[in-house]
Design a protein around this ligand. Structure first.
Ligand code: 6GU
Length: 270
């Protein structure tokens, strides 16, 4: 997969040299290129921002450097444009659609992703229109809070997407069992010693009974998801819940009514 990131703080992206993503880059599984937006300016001050039309606080990113940077990335794209295929341009923004594990799985299949990191009050909206001629443009947020720029969001998204590319995560089984892969949070994990500072590893995990262990873990997933993320519980497909699951959910405050999982007491929305 090819990934391009455009930023006025390319040093922010240095963390992508580390750990599994860094290893994937060195092994050419991931062709990740970070571009300094200021390299696409032509004035002595390497200006990337200007005052907003219509007034208001702060500065807006000028369109010309973005057009030059994105134009270059589009031209270099490995995507076969016959048949209307385009590389994907993710524009990190608190005003975007929320990034999810499902989106990470979809994006991990793409041959070419680009990320346009805005700073200040944002990028001139006409850049989005211009980019749509060469890219499938997706404004994306990583959650309901505000960052100063897109760089930290790109670190999160590239890590979430990159680890799903075959050959990036050492053990593909760790992708199957993790939080969100089945709509539930991960079960708790333990290692030696079995007794530590008066805290014990749950007895069943020492039993060697694999059926009982699987049941224990599934129950823990349901219990902690019910407490921490009741919004995920009510999205479960009730037809995929067995008798044990339904029992665990009942004890965590949920019932199955008309084939739907519902809270016995009202749930706080998301
Ligand atoms: Cl993707 N960008 C910025 N600047 N702030 C955010 C965000 C993205 N996601 C949540 N807050």
């Amino acid at each position: 997969m090819r990934i391009d990131v455009v930023s006025i703080f390319p040093e922010y992206l240095a963390a992508l040299d580390l750990s599994l993503i860094g290893k994937a880059r060195r092994e050419n599984v991931l062709d990740l290129n970070v571009h300094d937006l200021r390299d696409y300016t032509h004035d002595r001050h390497r200006t990337v921002d200007d005052t907003p039309y219509g007034g208001g606080a702060g500065m807006v990113m000028k369109p010309e450097p973005w057009a030059a940077a994105l134009g270059r990335i589009a031209v270099e794209s490995p995507v076969d444009k016959t048949g209307g295929n385009k590389p994907i341009l993710i524009v990190p923004s608190p005003a975007g659609a929320v990034f999810t594990q499902e989106m990470a799985y979809e994006l991990a299949e793409a041959p070419h992703l680009a990320f346009a990191c805005g700073r200040y009050e944002g990028i001139d909206e006409r850049v989005i229109e211009f980019a749509a001629e060469s890219f499938d443009v997706r404004p994306v947020s990583i959650g309901d809070y505000v960052l100063n720029g897109g760089e930290v969001a790109v670190l999160a998204m590239v890590e979430a997407i990159g680890r799903l590319i075959p050959g990036v995560v050492g053990n593909p089984e760790s992708l199957v069992e993790e939080s969100h892969s089945d709509g539930l949070l991960e079960y708790p994990v333990y290692t030696k010693p079995a007794s530590w500072e008066g805290h014990e590893v749950p007895e069943v995990l020492l039993s060697g009974n694999h059926g009982k262990i699987a049941r224990f873990r599934r129950t823990k997933q349901l219990e902690r998801t019910a407490v921490r993320r009741p919004d995920l519980i009510v999205q479960l497909d009730a037809s995929k819940l067995n008798r044990h699951d339904r029992d665990a959910l009942w004890h965590s405050g949920f019932a199955i009514v008309d084939g739907k999982v519902v809270a016995k007491e009202p749930v706080d929305p998301a």
